[in-house]
Write a protein that binds this ligand. Structure first.
Ligand code: NIG
Ligand code: FE
Length: 406
């Protein structure tokens, strides 16, 4: 068989459920790429004969799927280092938000920034993620809160995909905070549903719709209204749920057959089964937990027992998670939340793909999937969760193209 790229002599962490071994490991592996997708993957001893334009001896390094950061707010202007200082003097994240700081301070900076400014600052953060082997990134709007800026953020997110060899999945998070032009949440939610969402649906600027279902965000009823409209437009939904308190946002996601419920520190036991039943992903964001110095850990053991798919993401944003390192988030998920390194790696590959509705294309090394691949000179995939800034990929392929130096 004629292929474009043949990688021999590698250890494969396929993360595939079809391979019955930890990490879906195939020790003496071989992987062939044709037309940007994985044409064949498996044990070298079982491989058919290939002739290839390009061949690589992996020298027993480990090959994993490209990593997927399934929850970020990567496009924004400014930073919130001043609030970081205030918090260290004893003012809480919620108090800062109530005084018009927090998300609204980033909204002011983002509204004032041009498309070029937003693009160039996001490119810096995206390059950091990409350099760690991240080949798919979800990016939310939500620092505009008016039609013009929300659309600008989403356009910038789409443009990033043209500039960097990564897949970008965009999410509309209009229901992130109440903008100053509106007196109450209900009027703003009506504006989102009647004005912005129909426009986004038409222009295909977002792949999903998110809400901040929280005391300092939007109520269950308001979140439900947004979901109702998103579903009518055929857009999948997800939510920031149970981050600082338990409003029941995760169960609402389940009710609307959403892709994921994210954060979940305050998720109650009975809602774990509800998530499982709806096959929704629990997206864990340990960097936000770390940076806000939270104390309540998500119910990991209950999620694990119920076999709810758990993903791990950076939540990269200026307020609660100023971090552009998915490998660090993996480490934090293990140290702070008690995930195993295998759960952490599954959380940034197979389960992260599911959280973005991309499970058919990405997240595992299986024939037919996109050839987004990362080669690591490590002795075991647990090293990806173990060190902080110790491990970097030695090669990265995006859609079968070597993009190691992009
Ligand atoms: O995921 N919780 C809401 N949104 C972000 C934080 C946004 C901000 O503080 O700017 C989060 O933590
Ligand atoms: Fe977030």
């Amino acid at each position: 068989m004629h292929v474009d790229l043949l990688i021999r002599n590698v250890r494969l962490a396929t993360l595939s459920t079809k391979v019955d071994a930890p990490y879906g490991t195939i020790d003496e592996g071989l992987l062939a790429v044709k037309d940007g997708t994985i044409a064949w993957v498996g044990a070298a001893s079982e491989a058919p004969r290939f002739d290839s334009k390009v061949e690589l001896d992996g020298a027993k390094a480990w090959l994993t799927p490209g990593l997927i950061d399934c929850h970020t707010h990567l496009v924004f202007a400014g930073n919130r280092a001043d609030e970081f200082e205030k918090r260290l003097q004893g003012v809480s994240y919620e108090q800062i938000a109530k005084k018009g700081g927090g998300i609204l301070s980033t909204v002011r900076a983002t509204r004032a920034a041009s498309e070029e400014e937003l693009l160039s600052s996001a490119l810096v953060r995206l390059a950091r993620l990409q350099g760690e082997g991240v080949t798919t990134v979800e990016i939310k709007s939500g620092y505009g809160l008016d039609e013009e800026t929300e659309l600008r953020m989403l356009r910038v997110a789409r443009e990033l995909e043209r500039r960097v060899p990564v897949t970008i999945s965009t999410t509309f998070l209009g229901a992130h905070a109440l903008p100053p032009e509106f007196e109450n949440n209900d009027d703003y939610i009506d504006f989102i549903c009647e004005t912005i969402l129909p426009k986004l649906g038409k222009e295909k600027l977002c792949d999903a719709v998110d809400v901040f279902c929280e005391g300092i965000g939007f109520s269950l009823e308001q979140s439900g209204k947004v979901f109702e409209k998103a579903c009518a437009l055929g857009l999948p939904i997800k939510a920031h749920a149970e981050q600082l308190s338990d409003l029941g946002g995760a169960a609402l996601v389940a009710q609307y057959r959403g892709l994921s419920a994210d954060h979940l520190e305050y998720l109650k036991a009975e809602d774990v089964a509800v998530l499982k039943k709806a096959n929704a992903v629990a997206v864990l964001l340990p960097a936000a937990f770390y940076f806000l110095n939270e104390k309540q850990v998500p119910p990991i053991q209950a999620l694990r027992d119920a076999k709810v798919p758990m993903a791990v993401a950076t939540d990269c944003n200026p307020g609660s998670a100023p971090i552009a390192s998915l490998l660090t988030a993996m480490n934090q998920s293990c140290v702070l939340f008690g995930l195993t390194p295998e759960e952490a790696l599954t959380g940034v590959t197979r389960h992260a793909a599911q959280a973005l509705n991309l499970a058919n294309q990405k997240g595992v090394l299986e024939a037919g999937k996109d050839a987004d691949l990362v080669l690591w000179e490590i002795n075991h995939p647990n090293e990806l969760s173990y060190g902080i800034n110790l491990t970097k990929p030695s090669r990265i392929w995006f859609g079968g193209n070597d993009v190691s130096r992009s």
